[in-house]
Design a protein around this ligand. Structure first.
Ligand code: TMP
Length: 221
């Protein structure tokens, strides 16, 4: 089985840039991997992403939003992530269920038990082996995200348009998750030079990969 690695953080924290840099590093090392994302990592998921992020869709209720993320995740796990893991590939995934806990749980204030249950159902019990939480101040992240969305995907700005207090709640939510799951989640300071962040991520990634190899060897012995 490959490793399942997720990247999380508020809008504009730099996670997509870091996934691309790690992917380049892995390609150069001939390491078997795929990159994917939520929402939108499967072909059905791309259509769900369109609904979720469309600025016009102001009337989506918080619970409908939650269920759409869950539907996207189920399709993604069953058709993309699990098959690739079984082929021994490592997965670099831009967001997973921690985003639901932070955005729909903390940001929207939906019931914690409902979120936990749905995360379990939607992921089919699959848990990331390692999560990079790329942290940066909300004001900096949102400024970057708005600039990028204006030029790259102006129709997908439903979350960028939320108030700063919403994103502050999301950031605090992520910190709570990281505090509760220190064995899985590494907080990375994203408010630094891109290259410095990349170096730290590569080091942690290599340590985790070596641990994984040792544990597979141990099981085979
Ligand atoms: P992205 O801009 O990082 O691709 O993420 C899309 C948006 O979807 C982002 O604003 C965070 C939001 N999101 C949730 O609210 N809940 C979720 O479960 C996921 C995966 C993303």
């Amino acid at each position: 089985m490959g490793l399942f690695i997720t990247f999380e953080g508020i809008e504009g924290c730099g996670k997509t840039t870091q996934i691309n840099l790690l992917a380049e590093f892995l390609s150069e090392s001939n390491f078997p991997f795929i990159t994917t994302r939520e929402p939108g990592g499967s072909s059905i998921g791309k259509r769900i992403r369109g609904i979720l992020l469309d600025t016009e869709n102001k009337e989506i209720t918080s619970k409908a939003e939650l269920l759409l993320y869950a539907a996207d995740r189920t399709q993604h796990v069953e058709t993309v992530i699990s098959p690739a893991l079984k082929e021994g590939k490592t997965i670099l995934c831009d967001r997973f269920y921690d985003a639901t806990t932070a955005y729909q749980g903390k940001g929207r204030g939906l019931d914690r038990k409902l979120i936990e249950d749905l995360n379990e159902i939607a992921s089919g019990g699959l848990k990331p082996d390692l999560t990079f939480l790329i942290d940066c101040p909300v004001e900096i992240g949102i400024e970057r995200a708005v600039k990028r969305s204006n030029s790259e995907s102006p129709e997908e700005m439903r979350f960028e348009k939320e108030a700063l207090t919403f994103h502050q709640k999301v950031r605090a939510g992520y910190m709570e998750i990281a505090e509760a799951e220190q064995h899985r989640i590494v907080i990375i300071n994203g408010n630094r030079q891109v290259e410095k962040v990349h170096e730290e991520i590569v080091k942690i990634f290599l340590d985790k990969t070596n641990d994984n190899k040792e544990s597979i060897k141990g099981k085979q012995a």
